[in-house]
Ligand binder design. Sequence first.
Ligand SMILES: CC(C)(COP(=O)(O)OP(=O)(O)OC[C@H]1O[C@@H](n2cnc3c(N)ncnc32)[C@H](O)[C@@H]1O)[C@@H](O)C(=O)NCCC(=O)NCCS
Ligand SMILES: Nc1ncnc2c1ncn2[C@@H]1O[C@H](COP(=O)(O)OP(=O)(O)OP(=O)(O)O)[C@@H](O)[C@H]1O
Length: 196
Amino acid sequence: MAEILGLTGSIASGKSTVSSFFKKMGYPVVDADLVARKLVLPGMPVNHKLKSVFGSAVFEGSTLNRKKLGQLVFSDPQKLTLLNQIMQPAIRTEITRQLRKYQDEKLVVLDAALLLEQGYQKLVDKVMVVSILPELQVQRLMARDRLPLKEAKQRISSQWSQEKKLQLADIVIDNSSSVEETQHQVLKWLDNSKLR
Ligand SMILES: CC(C)(COP(=O)(O)OP(=O)(O)OC[C@H]1O[C@@H](n2cnc3c(N)ncnc32)[C@H](O)[C@@H]1O)[C@@H](O)C(=O)NCCC(=O)NCCS
Ligand SMILES: Nc1ncnc2c1ncn2[C@@H]1O[C@H](COP(=O)(O)OP(=O)(O)OP(=O)(O)O)[C@@H](O)[C@H]1O
């Protein structure tokens, strides 16, 4: 049986950065964001559902305009709840299917931004939370997604607080200094857990 590591953290904390270390080392990674992107492609049932609920204003033909849907849901908690109700059951089904595929590996990583909010920790053996100093988080989010401060703060507050996530962590990786320092913490955990 594979050890399943749930990887999460607040928006722009550095989950993708940590996830890329695992990928480079050859560990399989189930990426909930990638799963979500595939589920909304034209022709998929979730795509139709989103169009009927949110309307053609967030679509170009049958292609979802992610930027527009993001602006809509991250500024309106009720709409975000609706989006989650539509997408999360399908995301859960697909990540469960993918995790099963890797059951003979030594370690498999589930990278999911909403791991704790959606109760996906039930699918994993250990929870790794990537933490970051709040001021750096805002800076990195604004720079990466070219967002003004107000929108960056809205997105951060649409998820559970870091404090709440850290309380549920088995392993904490601090990504407030260099990428190399973060990688060093991940390697140390792998060595201590005899997974490398
Ligand atoms: C709203 C959407 C279209 C915006 O797309 P966009 O390309 O602008 O942003 P992107 O997908 O890169 O998300 C950026 C970050 O926002 C955060 N985020 C995404 N979805 C959510 C959500 N439902 N609730 C809170 N935060 C979220 C995550 O930290 C994510 O990494 C997109 O995020 C989406 O489809 N979200 C729903 C799918 C989902 O729940 N994904 C998370 C998998 S657990
Ligand atoms: N240690 C670091 N030093 C400087 N920049 C970093 C560091 N780690 C990550 N970054 C940058 O910060 C931004 C956020 O990192 P990343 O995309 O890995 O976060 P994330 O948690 O996956 O975000 P999201 O929740 O939005 O998917 C990216 O632009 C990334 O290049």
